[in-house]
Design a protein around this ligand. Structure first.
Ligand code: ADP
Ligand code: MG
Ligand code: MG
Length: 255
């Protein structure tokens, strides 16, 4: 169990044209067991928020705080963040040629748990988790994400979630590119994990579709690098019918 607190977070990205401020004061607290949907138009800075929390070197925190149970996350290395219980499922999962999925998962589990999982129980654990997510056992020996379809990559992200057992899970557009069946399988995986663990979830999404599978406790509208409105699940319905035009001045659908 852990509480994530984001306080007045400002983040810049280093581009070829220089430093550009993307996040302009984000405030958000996620308590154990809560699911917060972050909804916003493309380019509003949602992925930047997830990368900054995860510690991606390209994203520079210029001011503000990120605390996990009061501990300063921004002082931690990427590994330390994972060990502290932070998990990020990326919008665009990276391919790792030459590293098999089973090796990758075992290395990640070892890093997070602080010791290598016992081989026999581990193999059973992985098999069970793969079967829960309808992942073909043959995938265990394939290179991480190499040649995976969009849906296969997302299933692999949720497989990591269920094996690494984080306290805070940030899911960045886990719904994008999924057909109806894959969306159901992936959502069920997240819901199973939620049911068994007092996890805090940050569910980043452009579309409301996934919210009918994974019920949020809170919905936040993200625009221009900050949260511009917060509410309960009903806010997603408003966004579905009205889009983000009210916040951006531009027509863009949220359904
Ligand atoms: P979202 O996830 O809401 O679509 P992003 O966080 O991906 O938004 O992007 C927010 C803004 O920051 C965009 O204008 C994007 O072009 C810019 N940006 C994000 N990452 C980078 C980067 N690595 N290099 C240059 N610009 C970036
Ligand atoms: Mg985007
Ligand atoms: Mg994004």
């Amino acid at each position: 169990m852990a509480t994530l607190e984001i306080k007045d977070l400002h983040v810049s990205v280093n581009t070829d044209e220089g430093k550009k401020e993307i996040l302009k004061g984000v405030d958000l607290t996620i308590k154990p067991g809560e699911t917060h949907a972050i909804m916003g138009p493309n380019g509003s800075g949602k992925s930047t928020l997830s990368y900054a929390i995860a510690g991606h070197p390209k994203y520079e925190v210029t001011s503000g705080e990120v605390l996990l149970d009061g501990e300063n996350v921004l002082d931690m290395t990427v590994d330390e963040r994972a060990r502290a219980g932070l998990f990020l499922a990326m919008q665009y999962p990276v391919e790792v040629p030459g590293v098999s999925m089973s090796n990758f998962l075992r290395t990640a589990a070892t890093a997070v748990r602080g010791e290598a999982p016992k081989l026999r129980t581990w193999v059973k654990e992985v098999k069970g988790a793969m079967s829960d997510l309808d992942i073909d056992p043959a995938f265990a020996e394939r290179s991480v994400n190499e040649g995976f379809s969009g849906g296969e990559k997302k299933r692999h992200e949720i497989l990591q979630l269920s094996l690494l057992k984080p306290k805070i899970a940030i899911l960045d557009e886990t719904d994008s590119g999924l057909d109806v069946d894959a969306l159901r399988v992936v959502s069920e995986g997240v819901n199973r994990y939620k049911a068994d663990n007092e996890v805090g979830v940050m569910l980043i999404t452009h579309y409301t579709r996934i919210l009918s599978h994974i019920a949020p406790d809170f919905v936040h509208v993200f625009a221009g690098g900050r949260i511009v409105e917060s509410g309960g699940p009903e806010l997603a319905n408003v966004l579905e019918s009205e889009g983000y035009v009210k916040y951006t001045g531009k027509q863009e659908e949220a359904s």
